[in-house]
Design a binder for this molecule. Structure first.
Ligand SMILES: Cc1cc2nc3c(=O)[nH]c(=O)nc-3n(C[C@H](O)[C@H](O)[C@H](O)COP(=O)(O)OP(=O)(O)OC[C@H]3O[C@@H](n4cnc5c(N)ncnc54)[C@H](O)[C@@H]3O)c2cc1C
Length: 465
């Protein structure tokens, strides 16, 4: 049998691509080397981290957030195995859900490691070394990414861990050093800080959350410091040595200067992720890569006819929903439709407390591009629902084009920011203006009223401030 499409990798890019292609009438197989479907995101990324973030937030809330609401409980006790079980059950429900969707859409899951022998031919090495060959009209590479490592720093997943190890520590380390103040470092640092660890973050750059609007990043740094995080910004990890009791980390100023040593029980290396293409045979095929990324054109085609790539393995933000949208787009393009991804309206969320969510341009980007813009801002301290829930930390910031009023960016720090951002995303998809948003009726009392007020603030007519 010849498949219409063979997808290599079953992460959010690969599995969504397969389902959309099957919906469009294609005969599809997905090759996956992990024991379960769903890739990094469902197994060791988005889903387990969010299960632990939610559970640890509830633990923290029970300890500190309920008494001011007049709810008196005994100090909560941590049942870490119970929390890990919640994470495992959540992961299982999600990965089994993908297996169900594959059956429903008659997609073949071929278990093993895929290699592209030639355009139109994928060989799969199964668990017992048994090799099979799949013939296909098109191949989509969706092999995702892997943890980025630091030279000379060995990850043993015990005392020097990656994000994967940080999702299943047996007990909260007394002291945790997080290397990297990006999304993953701050999220997983938050989990263990809430569960009792002292968390020290070492970051090469002079700010946290690179790529986010700098006002948002500064706000989050201050907020996390209030929560007990300590930051060594402008520092790099030089070496980690095992001591009997834990680890000794040597850090140096990024700009050069005197080294310091920090003792800790565990070091979490969270310096990013790198595209994963090992074992695919790309070099032999002549598939072009750049800095490890598979190079694709606007239609996700590589330079070799019949071979496409999507998700973390290509350019763009390493986000699950970006991979999913690319999966849909490439399936539609293969079916002769006009699949498309609007890279200007991809939201990004940091699931700290409060959450951070953003879409479109930051102020720094607009300045660099020389675009004249107007800022509309509204703080949650002036929002009735936020007060009622004692979630007044944060603000909404809308950036609109000074000449046309078209919304160019939206940034929210606040409780539920990751949900609230989507009205700005939809607005931007439709090329909407701040006035469109400001004239849209918002239910009262909701946190989302702050989004409307920020849009009103663009024209200096916010009501509640
Ligand atoms: C701790 C953590 C938290 C995260 N949280 C979020 C979040 O909240 N929101 C968000 O948007 N993103 C998050 N991400 C990022 C997100 O997981 C990725 O952007 C997303 O998984 C990329 O999807 P993908 O389909 O490109 O690749 P992946 O999900 O990495 O899947 C690739 C799959 O390909 C398989 N594979 C690789 N090579 C082969 C081969 N030769 N043969 C067969 N199979 C192969 C792999 O086993 C894997 O299953 C997080 C990541 C981490 C690590």
């Amino acid at each position: 049998m010849t498949y219409d499409l063979v997808v290599i990798g079953s992460g959010p890019g690969g599995y969504v691509c397969a389902i959309r292609a099957a919906q469009l009438g294609m005969k599809v197989a997905v090759v996956e080397k992990m024991k379960t479907l769903g890739g990094t995101c469902l197994n060791i990324g988005c889903i387990p981290s969010k299960a632990l973030l939610y559970a640890s937030e509830m633990f923290d809330e029970a300890a500190h957030g309920l008494a001011p609401l007049g709810v008196v409980v005994s100090p909560p006790k941590l049942d870490l195995p119970g929390m890990m079980k919640h994470k495992d059950v959540t992961v299982a429900a999600n990965v089994n859900g993908v297996a169900y969707l594959f059956k429903k859409n008659k997609i073949d899951w071929v278990s093993g490691e895929g290699r592209i022998a030639a355009p139109g031919r994928v060989t799969v090495k199964g668990a017992e070394g048994k090799e099979s060959t799949l013939e296909t009209k098109a191949i989509v590479i969706a092999t995702g990414s892997d943890v980025a490592r630091l030279p000379g720093v060995q990850i043993d997943e015990k005392t020097v861990i990656s994000s994967t190890g940080a999702l299943s520590l047996a007990s909260p380390p007394k002291k945790l050093i997080v290397v990297g103040a990006g999304v993953i470092g701050l999220e997983l640092g938050s989990v263990w800080r809430r569960l009792g660890s002292e968390v020290v973050v070492v970051e090469f750059l002079d700010h946290v959350l690179t790529g986010m609007d700098s006002e948002v990043a500064r706000f989050m740094q201050r907020t996390l410091e209030k929560q007990g995080f300590a930051f060594h910004l402008g520092h790099k990890l030089a070496k980690v040595e095992a001591t009997g009791a834990g680890v000794k980390a040597t850090i140096e100023p990024a700009a050069g200067g005197e080294a310091k040593t920090l003792d800790a029980d565990v070091v979490l290396v969270a310096v990013g992720r790198r595209p994963f293409t090992e074992g695919l045979g790309l070099e032999a095929l002549g598939v072009k890569t750049e800095r490890g990324q598979v190079v694709v054109d606007a239609h996700f085609a590589t330079n070799v006819p019949g071979i496409y790539a999507i998700g973390d393995v290509i350019r763009g933000p390493m986000l699950a929903h970006k991979a999913e949208d690319e999966g849909v787009a490439v399936a539609e393009l293969l079916a002769g439709q006009a699949g498309h991804v609007n890279y200007g309206a991809i939201p990004a969320v940091v699931y700290t407390s409060p959450e951070v969510a953003s879409v479109g341009k930051t102020e720094e980007e607009l300045k660099a591009e020389g675009v004249a813009y107007v800022v509309g801002k509204f703080p949650f301290t002036a929002n009735g629902r936020a007060r009622a829930m004692r979630h007044t930390d944060g603000f909404v910031k809308i950036l609109a084009d000074a000449a046309t009023d078209r919304v160019l960016g939206g940034h929210i720090v606040g409780f539920g920011a990751g949900e609230m951002i989507h009205e700005i995303v939809v607005l931007m998809e439709f090329g909407g203006s701040s006035e469109d948003l400001a004239r849209t009726c918002h239910a009262h009392p909701t946190m989302s009223e702050a989004v409307k007020e920020a849009a009103l603030a663009v024209a200096k007519r916010a009501i509640h401030i």
